[in-house]
Ligand binder design. Structure first.
Ligand code: SAH
Length: 535
């Protein structure tokens, strides 16, 4: 054979040939019941690597943030309240999944709860099996288990129930479930898709399944989310109670003696911060950690950044400081932003943590210490309290131990363009030569969304996470500061921030005892707990 092809030529030949692409794998992934943290590790891994993600109203919107930025995201939901002609039929969903997979894409089909439990995941899997498209089923935390757990109801219990039945209140042709199937069953009954027929279901449990009218029953709406609402009653009165409480879907009905456990085991919706709407005005990149902390305590964080962190107007001094950092005796970080931006500048000049050489490192605040730790730096000086004055004392004490003492020592202070002068002034007064370098500036963002939120009383708690935040809030609300913050719990992260607030005429209801976001959230939790005990 003449003209043997080189490997390179063979590769390009392969590309040109119209060989049928191998279909991508389809993953039917259980998204869990609502709390996005209840996604499985396998689910998270697939979600963050898939080429396409098909989702519906039962999977939490937060989960889509895990998807690749370039992933194709498609809504294929069937909303109960939309006209039938606007909704995708199951056959159309099946066809869309096949089309994407046959185009060679890896597809995650996100399904609320578990894909196989009343989720029609089985029908989607059947269509894949018939078409010979490879698939994987990733089980999920199913809503009857999770919503009951978040309501403090254990579905089985040695003394109360030794079996549990999951059933659908609405069957294929829109007909009711035949409760005669349950005649003689004594365990717990979980009804999914049963809210709209609740009256008929409760009646049928008495008439056809032989349950006593006094059997405890509960309805858990929006289980595992801050919107969770639970109504408890008996088979006799649960339907009327649920109508009176206007519970929305999705909702789970639990019937059986285990419902009585809620009184003692209730936890999630008993947390002080549960369903509290907490305004976080921190700059976007800083808000995430605080928002997450609030979510984990049952609150609804509302992120409305009033400030953004940007490069300083003049970057030449930053670059110079990054090149010369090793020539200082001491480098002082007073904020997480300062640390982050300084390391950003170091990277910019092709250097890393080694550039610090023999310089001592001082730091204020836990967030700052963590930012340094991420770069492999353990600070030499950490003051006991987080005020500039205490830091100056701690620094001078450390410098005194050097051969030359504090006087004549050279210190670098990378910080915000506008900041308090207490620290550099105190150090200079003791003979330290301080270079203040602005590594970032905070710029204001539009306050319209905050004003609008407070006007419609859409918040319960306002967090003050820094003096700069206080200024931004007071500037934004202007003369209406008092009126718009009335009735809100205003919580400050520390003494300096509270002082700024009182200077600006903003009432502070509670101040954290340590300048950390965890202490701030703890303080809010205690204040709300005390308020509700007083009521
Ligand atoms: N495959 C899903 C169930 C889909 S059927 C799963 O495993 O959970 C939809 C029904 O699930 C709803 O009608 C409701 O009864 C129940 N459901 C889903 N999410 C719920 C939630 N957060 N709280 C209470 N019930 C929920």
């Amino acid at each position: 054979m003449s003209g043997r092809t080189t490997p390179g030529a063979r590769r390009s030949e392969g590309l040109v040939q119209a060989s049928p692409a191998r279909p991508g794998t389809v993953y039917l992934v259980g998204a869990g019941p609502g709390d996005p943290d209840l996604l499985t590790l396998r689910g998270a891994e697939l979600l963050s690597s898939a080429d396409a993600v098909l989702h519906d109203e039962l999977s939490s919107p937060e989960l889509l943030e895990l998807a690749r930025p370039d992933a194709l995201l498609e809504y294929v939901g069937k909303r109960g309240d939309e006209p039938a002609e606007k909704q995708l039929r199951q056959s159309q969903i099946d066809a869309r999944i096949l089309e994407l997979a046959r185009g060679g894409r890896s597809v995650v089909r996100l399904k609320g709860g578990d894909p196989f439990l009343f989720g029609r995941g089985s029908e989607e899997a059947e269509s894949l099996a018939d078409a010979g498209v490879p698939y994987e089923i990733v089980p999920g935390v199913t809503s009857p288990i999770a919503a009951a757990a978040y309501a403090g109801i254990s579905l089985t219990h040695r003394d109360l129930a030794s079996s549990v039945v999951f059933l659908s209140g609405t069957t294929r042709e829109g007909q009711a479930f035949d409760f005669k199937e349950l005649a003689g069953h004594k365990g717990t009954v979980c009804v999914l898709m049963g809210l709209r027929r609740l009256g008929a279901i409760a009646d049928a449990l008495v008439r056809d399944a032989g349950r006593a009218p006094s059997t405890p029953a509960a309805v858990v709406s929006a289980g595992t989310r801050p919107a969770q609402r639970v109504v408890v009653g008996t088979l006799e009165d649960i339907a009327a109670r649920v109508v009176a409480a206007r519970l929305p879907t999705p909702a789970l009905v639990v019937v059986g003696d285990v419902v009585s456990l809620r009184e003692r085991l209730r936890w999630y919706d008993a947390w002080p911060l549960f369903d509290q709407r907490v305004v976080v005005t921190r700059a976007e990149h800083q808000a995430a950690g605080l928002a997450r902390l609030l979510l984990r305590r049952g609150a609804r964080p509302i992120e409305l950044p009033l400030l953004a962190i940007e490069a300083p107007p003049d970057e030449a001094p930053v670059e110079r400081a990054a090149r010369e950092v090793g020539s200082y005796d001491l480098v002082i970080f007073t904020s997480e932003n300062g640390a982050e931006r300084f390391f950003h500048a170091l990277r910019g000049v092709g250097r890393d943590a080694r550039a610090f050489g023999a310089a001592l490192v001082a730091c204020v605040g836990e967030g700052t210490a963590k930012a340094l730790a991420r770069r492999g730096i353990t600070p030499d000086i950490v003051p006991a309290t987080f005020r500039g004055e205490a830091l100056a004392d701690a620094i001078c004490a450390a410098l005194e131990r050097r051969p030359g003492g504090a006087a004549g020592a050279r210190a670098l202070l990378p910080r915000a363009l506008v900041a308090r002068e207490v620290l550099p002034d105190t150090l200079r007064a003791r003979g330290v030569d301080v270079d203040v370098v602005a590594v970032y500036q905070t710029v204001k963002k539009s306050p319209d969304a905050l004003v609008e939120l407070l006007e419609r009383r859409g918040a319960d708690v306002l967090l003050l996470t820094a003096s700069s935040a206080v200024d931004a809030i007071c500037d934004a609300l202007g003369e209406r500061l008092g009126a718009l913050t009335e009735g809100l719990l205003v919580a400050s992260i520390g003494a300096v921030t509270s002082e700024t607030a009182s200077r600006r005429g903003l009432r502070v209801d509670v101040t954290a005892d340590k300048s950390t976001t965890t202490a701030l959230v703890d303080a809010v939790e205690r204040a709300i707990g005390a308020q509700s005990r007083a009521r």
